[in-house]
Design a protein around this ligand. Structure first.
Ligand SMILES: C[S@@+](CC[C@H](N)C(=O)[O-])C[C@H]1O[C@@H](n2cnc3c(N)ncnc32)[C@H](O)[C@@H]1O
Length: 362
């Protein structure tokens, strides 16, 4: 209720009694007092609202270690993880690297939510040895002249986005109003100049577009030499703007269930959407960086070798089969999630994209 009041007041303070969806999403997820990711509720896993790949088991992180080791052939042994959630991926990556006698210099975490930052500190302190924990540092900005690997799993789909509606190439912005005690969609003329020519269909379509991606890609371009691994729900623009998705892709999650309306239940549900990888590819080129690969999560993990798994008991065996299924099945994360690697000051080949690279579709 308090967050509803806060958003309502923000809307009343504007001339047209509207706020962008990006402002609405920012407050719902990240308001310092009442935002979804600022609350003490458990957002992650079976007792939370949604699953991400690292929460299914350690298969995903073990395969990611293989890709990171590839990168270490060209860049320094430093890792930055952006948006670490409950810290599970950080823990699993560090433990697997140590298990393989692969030392790293630093593991940096950049996390927007101060509540999650505190939870990550407690979790990692309790799960890692002192030596391992001492390598982890929480940062606000990338270190100067950073040289290493940057990982973002399901970061971009949690970055606030604007929403637009186009019909016959006329574009309007879909904003949020508050009327008769509830939040509602309202349109206004689109004032934004998009970074590039969008490939819109003539038929009516609702789509997301986040101007905030630029900031992240720009800070990446200022690193000395690095590889950026982006893993996210999303697709290239031609697929994203398919008439099948005429209603946009934003959606809410509570208790591992899709909710009916992202404007309801403010601050108590996760809000997410599909990332436009063509937009990320455009920014990559604009900052003179290289796309090292783009493919589905399923192909990425298969390229890294799902076959090395060593089943220890039949219980582990079934657990792993179910994990593999969720990670790779086309109707689950396998096809819906894409992996994109960006190289800054390097053009190395990465084994995760050896087969079925789809960079040409971006
Ligand atoms: C959907 S969760 C994913 C968590 C984790 N990577 C995982 O796979 O389980 C999104 C995470 O990104 C964080 N986040 C969102 N925007 C951020 C930003 N600009 N900088 C750093 N962290 C951010 C959120 O607070 C949250 O921890």
């Amino acid at each position: 209720m308090l967050l509803q009041e806060k958003i309502k007041n923000k809307i009343s303070s504007t001339n047209d009694q509207l706020i962008s969806f990006s402002e609405f999403m920012q407050m719902c997820l990240y308001d310092l007092d009442y935002g979804y990711y600022s609350s003490k509720k458990n957002q992650f896993g079976s007792k939370g609202d949604f699953y991400t790949a690292p929460l299914l088991g350690n298969l995903f992180s073990n395969l990611l270690v293989k890709q990171i080791l590839d990168c270490f052939l060209e860049v320094d042994r430093n890792i930055i993880e952006i948006g670490s959630g409950n810290g599970q991926l950080a823990k699993d990556l560090i433990i697997e690297l140590i298990k393989q006698n692969q030392d790293i210099k630093s593991y940096y975490i950049q996390e927007k939510s101060s509540t999650l930052r505190e939870q990550q500190k407690i979790f990692l302190k309790n799960s890692l040895s002192k030596n391992q924990f001492d390598k982890v540092q929480w940062i606000d900005d990338f270190p100067n002249n950073f040289n290493g690997v940057i990982i973002a799993n399901e970061l971009f789909d949690a970055i606030p986005t604007n929403v637009y509606e186009a019909s016959n190439y006329n574009i309007y912005e879909r904003c949020v109003a508050f009327e008769k005690d509830k939040f509602l969609w309202r349109t206004r003329p689109c004032l934004l100049k998009f970074d590039y020519q969008l490939s819109l269909p003539p038929s009516k379509i609702i789509f997301e577009y986040s101007s905030l991606y630029r900031e992240i890609i720009e800070s990446f371009s200022k690193t000395q030499k690095s590889v950026f691994l982006i893993i996210d729900y999303g697709m290239e623009e031609r697929q994203l703007f398919h008439p099948q998705r005429f209603d946009g892709t934003f959606r809410g999650f509570v208790n591992n269930r899709l909710t009916s309306d992202v404007l309801l239940n403010v601050g108590n549900q996760d809000i997410t959407y599909h990332v436009n990888f063509t937009h990320l590819a455009f920014l990559t080129k604009q900052y003179d960086m290289n796309i090292l690969g783009y493919t589905s999560q399923s192909h990425f993990l298969n390229n890294l070798g799902l076959d090395f798994i060593n089943h220890q008991s039949s219980q582990d065996h079934y657990q792993q089969l179910s994990e593999i299924n969720l990670l790779t099945s086309p109707s689950e994360m396998g096809e819906l999630i894409k992996v994109m690697a960006i190289g800054n000051n390097n053009k190395m080949e990465l084994s995760g994209f050896r087969n079925f690279d789809r960079t040409h579709l971006l």
